[in-house]
Design a binder for this molecule. Structure first.
Ligand code: NAP
Ligand code: MG
Length: 495
């Protein structure tokens, strides 16, 4: 589609703004709403229902009632698959609208939303739908006269609280495996990006998902999010977001009903470029997109570049050549290289890191905020060189288009610095030495290690981190483990 088409699509959108509870679109009991802002223009997009504790209560009650009724939880798995595949088809038919919504809502490039993010979310939904009737149970090896059935059963009510950086994906990564397993779900999207999550619930009803099985309550973290985290009738809470808030969810569970908590939290992912890497051009493409995609607002963004001193200058030159492809512009313009930061507040936080970083390191490019057509919150793609490994910009998650470059001499030194982080989400290395590829990747402390590529994602491969990057895995056949419990049934028969 052309830029003009995207502007037309965006203008003609009907933005979904109400909570979906028990199969109905509803306002908050308090009557409150909040304004959703387009960060690329600073203009208001819509008034969105602001759900609070009472609305979360209603949503959990309808999720529980649907679960107990068996309308979904006891539905034959093949039928659950059919409904979820129908939902994927409805989403595919609305791909342009969903892409425009994501772009308007949180400032991402519509080119990325339509070319990557939204199709990926649909594929992931479809992948988990297909899984619904392919989960086999086990039998324990017991003596004759005994049967030990080990079944994977749904947990009941799953709460999900997600961030704004990939709104539809984060919703689908949680909801799809939870629904495939037969659970009922209450989802709270991020306050900055509620639209596609609400639309997901609306389309799910159209696809035939029974009422109350997928409830979406937009609202704020401290109120609606906390109410879900502390709810006594929620069996499991799946969270993606910052490490600080992830820790709160552990507390909420500990202080209430010990619900299971699964966390996908922050990262400060290293990428190590070794001098034996043959194709530095390809490596530079990957490193640039690894930090600038989605304005660097990616949990697994490769924000720390460790480059061997012998190629540092050459590699920095290659990165600089790629900067013109990442210049901020109107997110609906298909030629723009970088979209808007999610909101003015977050842009200010990122700028604080840049100002601080400027003191102890060399600013190679970028470092400034900018506007597009005189509006919005945009930040230039920024690279710092000569960064000390103990500097704040080398340690803290910035969640913006800011790359910290650190040189190394020895392989061991690179591994040690890469692992010296409270996070352990992802890591990448570039090398053409097969032994080094295996040796280094086995020593990197990260849930996902990639060789000669940065941040690959597939529904078939688990995603998630070590250390303070969280617990549990999204995607792949392992995701469903989070939303099921092992249930053993003993049977004794006469021999
Ligand atoms: P965030 O502030 O932690 O928010 C995430 C979600 O938690 C939002 O829905 C938020 O609601 C809610 N929340 C905030 N405070 C809460 C509280 N006191 N109690 C309950 N819920 C609360 O994170 P973010 O700024 O939206 O997203 C960026 C972070 O997400 C980064 O750290 C990034 O690394 C992480 N992330 C991780 C992954 C992964 O898979 N590992 C993927 C994407 C992002 P509000 O919207 O109202 O604040
Ligand atoms: Mg918004």
């Amino acid at each position: 589609m052309t830029t003009r088409n995207w502007h037309e699509t965006a203008r003609s959108l009907t933005l979904p703004t109400q909570a979906v509870i028990g199969g109905r679109r509803v306002e908050a009991r308090s009557g409150k709403s909040f304004t959703s802002i387009n960060p690329a223009t600073g203009e208001a997009l819509a008034e969105v229902t602001e759900g609070g504790a009472v609305d979360i209560d209603l949503a959990v009650a309808s999720a529980r009632a649907s679960f107990e009724s068996g309308s979904w939880s006891r539905r034959p798995p093949a039928q659950r698959k059919t409904v979820m595949l129908r939902l994927a088809e409805l989403m595919r038919a609305e791909m342009a609208a969903l892409s425009a919504m994501e772009s308007l809502d949180m400032g991402k490039l519509v080119r990325d939303a339509s070319g990557n993010d939204v199709p990926a979310a649909i594929n992931i939904l479809q992948w988990h739908a297909e899984e619904a009737d392919k989960v086999y149970d086990e039998m324990a090896p017991l003596p004759e006269g005994n049967i030990g059935m080990i079944r994977r059963v749904p947990l009941g009510v799953v709460g999900a609280v997600v961030p704004w950086n990939f709104p539809l994906n984060m919703a689908v990564w949680k909801c799809a495996p939870a629904l495939a397993a037969g659970n009922s779900v209450v989802l709270k999207p991020a306050e900055q990006s509620p639209f596609t999550a609400i639309r997901l619930a609306e389309l799910a009803l159209e696809a035939g998902l029974p009422e109350g099985v997928l409830n979406v309550v937009p609202g704020f973290g401290e109120t609606a999010g906390q109410a879900l985290g502390r709810h006594m009738d929620v069996d499991c809470l799946a969270f993606t977001g910052s490490t600080a808030v992830g820790k709160l969810f552990l507390r909420y569970a500990g202080e209430t009903n010990m619900k299971q908590v699964w966390l996908e939290c922050g990262g400060k992912s290293p990428v190590i470029v070794f001098p034996d890497c043959q194709d530095l051009e390809a490596a530079a493409d990957q490193v640039a997109s690894g930090i600038f995609y989605n304005q660097g607002q990616v949990c697994s963004a490769s924000s720390r570049l460790f480059v061997h001193e012998s190629i540092e200058k050459a590699f920095l030159d290659l990165l600089l050549k790629r900067i013109p492809g990442y210049l901020p512009g109107d997110p609906l313009d298909t030629r723009s290289g970088l979209g808007a930061m999610v909101d003015a507040n977050h842009a200010r936080n990122v700028m604080r890191f840049i100002e601080e970083g400027g003191k102890g390191a060399t600013l190679v490019t970028g470092g400034k905020t900018t506007s597009v057509n005189g509006k919005g919150s945009f930040i230039e793609p920024t690279i710092f060189a000569d960064v000390r490994p103990d500097a704040t910009i080398a340690r803290d998650e910035i969640f913006g288009p800011v790359l910290s470059v650190i040189r190394f001499r020895e392989e061991d030194e690179a591994i040690r610095m890469a692992n010296d982080s409270i996070y352990g989400l992802a890591a990448s290395i570039f090398t053409d030495d097969l032994s080094r590829a295996h040796r280094v990747s086995s020593r990197l402390n990260a849930g996902v290690v990639a060789v000669n590529v940065v941040d690959p994602v597939s529904p078939a491969v688990p995603f998630g981190g070590f250390k303070q990057s969280g617990s549990g895995r999204d995607l792949s056949r392992h995701a469903i483990e989070k939303y099921t419990a092992l249930k053993t049934t003993w049977v004794r028969y006469r021999t």
